[in-house]
Structure formats: structure tokens, C-alpha cells
Design a protein around this ligand. Structure first.
Ligand code: THU
Length: 133
């Protein structure tokens, strides 16, 4: 599955966003080695800090279906932004632990812009389990 097709899947997931407070819908999808896809959208709450991002919902969806770091090859996300939509800092931290360092990250938007990046580029010097030792 190519970047454009993956971002389309993220766009499909975005339709399931529950975002009555920000009115900012985000969609994401995880692609696994076996071709399986796991979608996520942002789900908000009137207690604002409890809002959950699309990227983390997609990743947790994959993990809840038994997938692990080594099974994942890519993440795509999209929203109605001017440029390609970038993952927030909290999602970057979670991605750095739950996805392989070399996994592709495709940041998209509804206009069809797509930028390829990686977690090493998005979160250099990440805190990790090694720091706890
Ligand atoms: N949001 C995401 O789903 N992913 C991001 O990386 C950025 C922010 C959501 C959280 C909240 O529901 C809304 O977008 C506005 O911040």
C-alpha cells in the first residue's frame, strides 16, 4: 500500500472522529507487515485533558489486536490543515516506544499534501526505557 492509499485510509478513519469541542477531526492508520490496517480517530471529552489523539488510538488498536512494534511498517495521519498534519508531542513519545525507529510516517491533509518522515526526525533525543535503568 502506497503513501497516498494509506492517507486515504486515514481520511476514512477521520470520519469516525468524535470532536465536538475542537471541531478538529483527525484520522490515522497503522499498516502492518502482513498488510493489516488499524484505524484510529481522535475521541474528545468534556474534561478536555482526556481527549485522545487519532494516532494513539490507531496504535493502541493495533496492539489490542496482538500486533507489536516489529509488526508495524507505517503510520499515516490526516486532518484539515494547511500543510501536512504533524503528530503532537505526546503521540511522538508513544510512537517512539511502540513503533520501530525505521517505520515510515506519512503526514497528510485533505488537500492531498503528503510528507514522509520518521520518528527519529520527529523526536530526536527521545526519553526511553533505557533511561530508567
Ligand atoms: N489531535 C490528534 O488527534 N492528533 C494530533 O497529533 C494533534 C491533535 C486531536 C486532539 C484533539 O482532539 C484535537 O486534535 C485538537 O487538538
Amino acid at each position: 500500500m502506497n503513501a497516498k492509499e494509506l492517507v486515504k485510509k486515514a481520511e476514512e478513519a477521520r470520519k469516525l472522529s468524535y470532536s465536538p469541542y475542537s471541531h478538529f477531526a483527525v484520522g490515522a492508520v497503522i499498516l502492518c507487515k502482513d498488510g493489516q490496517l488499524f484505524q484510529g480517530a481522535n475521541i474528545e471529552n468534556s474534561a478536555y485533558p482526556l481527549c485522545m489523539c487519532a494516532e494513539r488510538n490507531a496504535l493502541y488498536n493495533a496492539y489490542m489486536h496482538g500486533k507489536r512494534k516489529e509488526d508495524i511498517v507505517a503510520l499515516a495521519l490526516t486532518a484539515d490543515t494547511d500543510g501536512p498534519c504533524a503528530p503532537c508531542g505526546a503521540c511522538r513519545q508513544v510512537i517512539s516506544e511502540l513503533m520501530p525507529k525505521d517505520a515510515k510516517i506519512y503526514m497528510g491533509n485533505l488537500k492531498g499534501d503528503i510528507q514522509e518522515t520518521s520518528i527519529s526526525e520527529l523526536l530526536p533525543f527521545a526519553f526511553s526505557e533505557d533511561d530508567l535503568k
